[in-house]
Design a protein. Structure first.
Length: 107
């Protein structure tokens, strides 16, 4: 049950990055194909900046609401406590994955 809870939380917070990544890589490849490497480099910088900001916001939101997530899925006090203790690790993974997803779209 605990791993399913963490998976759902991770999925909800990872969805925006998974959706934006193909759009970013298409934009960058179109700029390179048009012979505009400076525009492509700017698109890379904007992509990484937006990913960093979204990841930082998600990290902050998860940390501020870490007492809330366990109660959504269970009323068992042990499960709520375990989810609270794992939320900082999950928040760190979401933040790191936001930047990694942007990099995987750039290649």
């Amino acid at each position: 049950m605990i791993s399913f809870d963490c998976f759902l939380i991770y999925f909800w917070f990872n969805l925006p990055h998974s959706i934006l990544s193909p759009f970013n890589s298409t934009r960058i490849s179109n700029e390179l194909g048009a012979g505009c490497p400076k525009s492509a480099f700017l698109a890379v910088k904007v992509t990484l900046l937006v990913s960093f900001i979204i990841g930082a916001l998600e990290f902050t939101l998860l940390i501020l609401t870490r007492n809330f997530w366990g109660r959504i899925f269970s009323n068992v006090p042990e499960v709520v406590t375990y989810v609270e203790s794992m939320t900082p690790i999950l928040a760190s993974c979401v933040f790191e994955d936001s930047i990694q997803t942007a990099f995987s779209g750039i290649q």
